[in-house]
Design a protein around this ligand. Sequence first.
Ligand code: AMP
Length: 511
Amino acid sequence: MDFLDAITAWGAACPDRVAHASSGAQLTYGELIGRAATLARWIDVALPDDRRPIGIVGHREPQLLVAMLACALTNHPYVPIDDGLPAERVARIAASAKLAQLLTVGDVDRYGATTSALPPRRARSADDLFYVMFTSGSTGDPKGVQITRGCLAAFVGWMTGEHTLQPADETFLNQANFSFDLSVMDVYLNLVSGGTLVSATREHAANPRLLFELLRTTPFTTWVSTPTFASMCLVERSFDATMLPTLRRFLFCGEILPHAVASALVDRFPAAEVWNTYGPTEATVATTSIRVTRGVLARHDPLPVGVAMPGTEIRVVDADGTPVAEGERGEIVIRGPNVSCGYLGRDDLTSAGFQLDGAQRAYHTGDWGRYREGLLFCEGRMDSQIKLHGYRIELGEIEVQLRRCQGVRDAVVLVNERNGAAHSLTAVVVATDSATDGTTDRTTDGATTGTSGTDASARARTGAMELRGELARHLPAYMVPRKVRFVAQFPMTANGKVDRRALADELARGT
Ligand code: AMP
């Protein structure tokens, strides 16, 4: 059965079962399917013969699921947009996606308030665009990854085959914003299995007391999060099987699953399975998986990301695209039905990262990888894309924005690490007046930690605050560097590039 038919069937089979609960609001399957049907009718009238994407704006409200389903019913791709983003970024996404419409939570309440019968089934093709997910782009603009109905069907089919989800008896944790593709894992596995999705919202993320209360009082069976989130939960001693007695599985994706985190979870939740999955947004959430058992933990540190989903091939290739031998390092290339058809409106970026001409689409991930004992290991990035607390960030995008700020001649963003993982960002800035103004050749802590009482450092501190404020008007909060340091010039490598390592060393030495 088509996954969309599987979802809508729950409207008749279990109309009273809660499909999604978030911050006190909830929606049953009867309401979800019926309201999506009403909203779909409104979309058909408002946008006849228009297949352009529809933006869906909010923060994990159940209405967003109504809007996603209405888009699917009318064959409009949707673009999830978190309402915490700066207005300027939303405007850039809307322009680059050429959105036909922005639907807010209020719009869904207005145009999809009541329930009605499903509209007649449309002809659907695997190549129809299903959603467009925007991620950080190194050129300074977020880029829209186009995911087709076929991509999502391949992903959902694989995951439901790999995990024995109990029909109408699963409760999923939703930790990721709907504008991150990790959420696709919990949203759609939940909907196809007739489960209940329970969101941990930004209030839960900011308040551990609320978060642990949610975990204690909800009968979660399937945990979907970044490893960072689980690692944060592990700090709480009572985070174990007594807190979550019904938990059947942890599903992780999006960043390295540290050995210590997986090991602690296996110890504290002996009845639950721990899964590591790997993949970029460009290949629909995840492409490989492995169950992390005690045996895997004993044999591998760091942990492998497993094997490719059936029907998809993963090669590790050298700079010429030739597969390397087992045990050797190369770039991970994914080929299969789950690979995106490219970036929306960016043929230049698409042709650089994708091969779309063969029988199946292929994507060059930019990840270093290696096969050992038949298992794939992901060994970090070949470029300056990073993961910070689970968020995908192109350092180049922040640098482009910094260079657009008033008074900035050049800028570099450095990553500060703690225990081997990215912990925070520092923007290092050469001011336009640095040659004439002696104040800027002194490195100075930014807004949060400025110390000196001298004029120079006070001025640099104000400059840092202004820069962070200006960045916050264009970038999501997680991309705004915590510190800003001013230098007179950057050290250079022999071939004339900024020597980031020397710069980091200089800052660490305070020179
Ligand atoms: P995103 O598009 O936000 O899902 O980020 C994709 C990138 O996250 C990949 O290209 C990898 O660099 C990294 N990533 C995803 N899953 C894993 C994993 N299980 N282990 C290590 N890195 C991962």
